[in-house]
Design a binder for this molecule. Structure first.
Ligand SMILES: Nc1nc2c(ncn2[C@@H]2O[C@H](COP(=O)(O)OP(=O)(O)OP(=O)(O)O)[C@@H](O)[C@H]2O)c(=O)[nH]1
Ligand SMILES: [Zn+2]
Length: 459
């Protein structure tokens, strides 16, 4: 069990500005100039034209998103709790000092910012407490207090400790228990495991924190918590597991950084400072390099032949080009499904990721095109500053001459910019289609391809 850091409730009050205001007034309160300047430096270092249509407003959007995503630094957990404690006697309040029964709110969904790589990470929070002093807290405040600490640069264990400690100090209950299920995007290292089909696109971790009657991992009270979390597949052995120090949560901590332009590192450090963070705080020391390295994955490069070192031709069975002589009746529909991709939304510099499905006709008895070649093309267009419609079109236009001119490409993706901020629609995802040749006129062909796409479990 991690030691509960004595959370300093008063630090909030020093600069506690109630930032639960609407977006308009929020935007007026922040000064985005320095972050916008730093984002322009980063975009230029990626080889981008900062005046091009899709990204001219990106520096402002990124600044706004970062301020929104870290507004917890300016919010006060103490104020949220103070106004929402209600008198309520427990069932057996005659027994002196009876603590009362567990109250737990489950399945609260949030995004926080990873302090190691500055990418948003998703977490599901289950937070409970055992009331004492015949008072209960307004249920929504358990979520609001969690959000104060979520909207910061965080690491899962510290996040759980801070939520637990702030609630304990605010409610003065018999004890608080917090369990977080955290998920972090994990893109392949564009050098090493680019095509590793076992690559896990998301990494997960489970953490907990307890105070008072939950201070001890083996306390009976944890039994009640896990009794109510069992239905979510969460049990004690998975949560109260001792993690070795080198078991990194953030995938960027286990990948080599290599050469990073110091100008980019300075720009990212200035972004952290503008957000009120301290870039020399030990957990943040390597973060500017790691974030710059992430961005370098999406460097501007338009020469697919260079990038795919000429393999565009070698993986193709030339007979696919004898389309003229082979009638469509002698062709069969071929589907290459679930080609993973990761990309970066050019509007917010936030990842969107998912799968690409490619359909085309091949003469009966001929070999389909190497899947790895199609995967290279998908990665080539994915690892750019993109919008999903353009990505879909570029893939279709590039594979079409290789696949005989009749292609359909479907991209299914989840956009971090629509889930972790702005409209915050958890679980939403976007599908886009591009069709060329026969697929643009033949509904039956499109339908039979779309029917071959498996139900996306989670994107
Ligand atoms: N068509 C399309 N839009 C995208 C894609 N990725 C992000 N966007 C959208 O880009 C738009 C940018 O809109 P703006 O109003 O300039 O920026 P914003 O204020 O951050 O927008 P919100 O996300 O609505 O808060 C948003 O509506 C995003 O959803 C994409 O791949 N395709
Ligand atoms: Zn991270």
């Amino acid at each position: 069990m991690e030691h509960l850091g004595q959370y300093d409730l008063n630090c909030d009050l020093k600069n506690g500005v109630n930032m639960c205001c609407d977006e308009e007034s929020f935007v007026k309160e922040i000064n985005t100039t320095s972050i916008e300047y730093a984002v322009k430096v980063l975009l230029m270092d990626l080889g981008e034209d900062i005046n091009r249509e899709g990204i001219i407003k990106t520096p402002h959007r990124v600044a706004k998103a970062l301020f929104e995503g870290t507004r917890g630094y300016k919010q006060s957990a103490k104020e949220i709790v103070e106004g929402a404690l209600f008198p309520e006697a427990g069932v057996d309040s005659t027994k002196v000092g009876h603590a009362g029964e567990l109250v737990i709110v489950r399945d609260l969904e949030f995004y926080s910012y990873c302090e190691s790589c500055m990418l948003p990470f998703y977490f599901k929070c289950h937070v409970g407490y055992v009331p004492s002093g015949q008072r209960v807290l307004g249920l929504s405040k358990l979520s609001r207090v969690t959000n104060v600490f979520a909207k910061r640069f965080q690491e899962p264990q510290r996040l759980a400790n801070e939520v637990c400690s702030a609630l304990h100090q605010g409610i003065e209950p018999a004890g608080v228990a917090v369990v977080l299920q955290c998920t972090h995007i994990n893109i392949p290292d564009t050098e090493s495991n680019f095509f590793d089909s076992n690559h896990k696109g998301l990494v997960e971790t489970l953490v907990s924190s307890g105070s008072g009657v939950f201070e001890n991992n083996d306390a009976d009270t944890w039994g009640d918590v896990f009794g109510l979390l069992k239905v979510r597949g969460i049990d004690k052995d998975k949560v109260h597991v001792k993690r070795s120090l080198d078991q990194h949560w953030c995938p960027s901590l286990s990948s080599k950084i290599g050469e990073i332009n110091p100008i980019m590192i300075t720009a990212v450090s200035s972004i952290l400072k503008s957000l009120g963070e301290d870039p020399i705080r030990k957990e943040l020391v390597g973060t500017p390099s790691r974030y710059a390295k992430w961005l370098m994955n999406f460097q501007y490069c338009n020469d697919i032949y260079v990038k795919l070192n000429g393999s565009l031709r070698s993986g193709v069975d030339d007979s696919l080009h004898t389309n003229g002589e082979v009638s469509f009746d002698d062709k069969e529909l071929h589907s290459d499904l679930n080609l993973p991709f990761w990309s970066q939304c050019e509007h917010h510099l936030l990842p969107f990721h998912g799968v690409v499905h490619i359909g085309y006709f091949i003469p009966k008895g001929f070999h389909p095109v190497e899947k790895s070649l199609l995967q290279s093309i998908v990665h080539f267009y994915g690892f750019k500053l993109q919008v999903q419609e353009r990505l879909t079109k570029q893939i279709a236009e590039t594979v079409s001459p290789l696949l005989g001119g009749n292609v359909i490409v479907v991209v299914e993706a989840s956009h971090t910019c629509m889930i972790s901020r702005g409209i915050e629609k958890f679980g939403s995802n976007t599908s886009t289609i591009a069709v060329l040749g026969r697929f643009s006129t033949d509904l039956a062909a499109r339908t039979s391809f779309l029917e071959s796409i498996p139900n996306a479990t989670s994107l």
